[in-house]
Design a protein around this ligand. Structure first.
Ligand SMILES: [Zn+2]
Length: 346
């Protein structure tokens, strides 16, 4: 059983839908990319970079709506340090105390901004991979260290020991092409009261696509980000609020009041969505390419012509071929996964 923070806010537009394979329901594709493997000779991956995909489930989606009114954090009530004793998993008394703290804690905006800036600075000085604000490499250790710094500075080191007592892992995903982050709760049995493990994952793809070659202001959680590291911090903070809610209340949702209150009081978030640069936006702005466009590309020393059917990390291009799958328009097509840089308008 896999639970997850149910970010229920869907992007209003998943782009123009392309053709679907015959017999498949029309609508947003859930097609499996096959992770670079060829399926019965019908799927051809032009460029493959392997990765392992996280389990599932979405949380933090692109911003497609107007923002909420900003709320201001109030003076800090101070945070006591966690006790050093070993924490039993899902201990109701301890979680009740944590709930009380999280429900009442307020920080002054200047303290929030100071601590966020300190985490930015310390990440740059401590990380082996993040060597500049618009870093080019990131490791799961960077995320783990970052979350720990948040726990120490904002929760008095009380939060993570509870999550770790149950099981907490971190991840970076290249396959999350629209969702900036997710916090998945895995239940080992079918019982929602049973043992749990948490998995906190950020999208490295969205981070690296932003502050790259499309120049526009970027907001995450209602806060303007000046660089990639700030964007990573805002996403990590958002997912940390999800973890907090799941840990304490075993539910939560970022479009609801309790989440937004925590996110505002702890991290000065005024929104729960992001407008990081998706590959669809990058395709349109930088390459003038959209779903439905006719394109050509080189494949094994010849030029192929097809139509863009989907854009995720790469464009899925359908090329007419009698050996291909039948799609909803009755035609038979082979699918090619092509980096945007390799496509030319036909
Ligand atoms: Zn969320």
């Amino acid at each position: 059983m896999v639970g997850h923070c149910r970010c229920s806010v869907l992007p209003s537009c998943l782009g123009r839908y392309g053709l679907v394979r015959s017999g498949k329901r029309a609508g947003p594709f859930k097609a499996n990319f096959g992770q670079g493997r060829s399926h019965a000779g019908q799927t051809i991956v032009v460029v493959f970079q392997g990765w392992s995909a996280p389990k599932s489930m979405t949380t933090f989606r692109p911003n497609r709506r107007t923002k909420d009114a900003a709320g201001l954090a109030r003076p800090s009530a101070g945070v006591a340090k966690a006790s050093a004793s070993v924490i039993p998993p899902r201990d109701p008394d301890r979680l009740a105390k944590l709930a009380e703290l999280v429900s009442r804690q307020r920080f002054e905006t200047k303290d929030i901004l100071f601590n966020q800036a300190e985490i930015h600075r310390l990440t740059l000085s401590l990380s082996r991979t993040i060597d500049r604000p618009n870093f080019r490499r990131v490791d799961v250790d960077d995320l783990r260290r970052m979350i720990r710094m948040y726990d120490e500075r904002f929760f008095g080191g009380r939060l993570l020991p509870h999550a770790e007592a149950e099981g907490l892992t971190f991840g970076l995903s290249k396959r999350m092409t629209r969702i900036a982050g997710k916090m998945v709760t895995h239940y080992s049995t079918d019982r929602i009261r049973g043992p749990r493990k948490f998995e906190l994952v950020l999208s490295s793809t969205l981070l690296f696509q932003t502050f790259r070659d499309v120049d526009r202001p970027v907001e995450v959680t209602g806060r303007r980000c000046r660089d990639r590291l700030e964007a990573m911090q805002r996403i990590a903070e958002h997912e940390l609020v999800h973890l907090t809610e799941m840990l304490i209340w075993n539910d939560g949702n970022c479009d609801q009041a309790r989440f937004q209150s925590i996110a505002r009081r702890y991290f000065a978030h005024t929104d729960y969505q992001h407008d990081l640069i998706t590959q669809q936006e990058r395709a349109a702005r930088k390459f003038n390419l959209r779903v439905g466009d006719a394109v050509r590309f080189r494949f094994q020393d010849r030029w192929l012509v097809g139509r863009i059917n989907r854009i995720t990390r790469r464009a899925t291009v359908l090329v007419e071929d009698p050996k291909g799958e039948t799609f909803s328009d009755g035609g038979r097509y082979l699918r090619y996964y092509v980096p945007l840089e390799h496509l030319k308008r036909a």
